[in-house]
Design a binder for this molecule. Sequence first.
Ligand code: JFZ
Length: 413
Amino acid sequence: MEDMKKWWRDAKFGMFIHWGLYVLLAGEYKGQKTDNIAEWIMHDLDIPVEEYQALAARFNPVHFDADKIVRLCRDTGMKYLVFTAKHHDGFAMYHSKASGYNIVDATPFGRDAAMELKEACDRYGIRMCFYYSQAQDWHHPDGFEDAKPMDGKDFRRYLDEKCVPQVKELLTQYGPLGLIWYDTPMDMSREDCLAMRNLVREAQPDCLVSGRVGHGLGDYMTTGDNFIPLLPYGKDFEVPATINGTWGYSSGDTRWKSPEKLLRNLVKIVSRGGNYLLNIGPDALGDVPEKSVEALGVIGEFMRLNGESIYATRPVPPYPYDIDWGYFTAKPGKLYIHVFDDMPDVYLINMGNVPRRAYLLCDGRPLELRQRETCEHVHSWRIFLPEDLPRQIDTVICVEVEEQDIRFEEITD
Ligand code: JFZ
């Protein structure tokens, strides 16, 4: 169990892809705009099933290029990719035999996007993973529909005819998967949630299960959009997050987070021991919004020079003072100081390790480090940053220390 999680713990950074029929509407139906996340449009604007499913006949994203998307994933420094195989709208974005309501059989496009992504992932060493909405299905008459009562519905029938066969298809048609990302378990019983988890265990024992399988049965905790736990949080977690304000493509959404903000979130999450699963939402032609490509490009540049301070790092105990200029990450014998503000030096007290040397991670340049005892047992470090620093959002200083574990001294009177 512990071993099967190692790749995921070391990966730190993954790509989420929300893509489905809803992108044809891009947040607007018959002149009405949704103010919620765009992949929920069918539910939020009460679009009848017959009208929504007719979108399939128009789905022809001729620009879709799995190779290009997976290269973007790799170049951003992301190590796994989670693709919406079926979202709440019930439409399968892969070739399903269990339901004709799928991208190959019901659209003019006729291609298995999931297969193309999986093959590209294999080429670039990225772990392929599938998102699957196991409880909500707004197309099948017996699936959950948000919080609406299940009166008169036969949830078991939905599980038997659609959900279970489809998850089995995903687990058998696409080779080894990194994880199955279940979502919104609604009122599913513990027994049914356990069955969904066991389906994965039986078919692919090394495949992880997301926290949203329900009843705490996942292999790690999944937080809400951009919700980042405070330290100390001692368990595995993943923060799924959007670059703008929606998962599925919306033409009207302009709430783009800056690359600085995204990088800060990545480092903050990693410093607390979690993974960042950052979303892109390709549009109706299959293109990734330019703003997303730009932002990911900035993060990729950081990762190429400073990836060592992110991958396979472990959380650092909480530093006892409230610093707002940056974060810490660590590996055995190494403390990485992530400096987001423009500062001539970094001054830290209550340092519990004996430093050997400090250097700039991006170019290996040695940095002057002064160490002294400020009072009886409080050790301070002062590290000087040169004036001609390469321009970076996050300047990473590596301090090699004598001990394996990083520790900070407590605040004393
Ligand atoms: C769910 C979906 O409904 C949504 O469409 C998207 O796929 C997202 C990644 O997951 O939305 C949620 C589910 C749970 C929380 C927040 C958003 N939560 O627990 O805070």
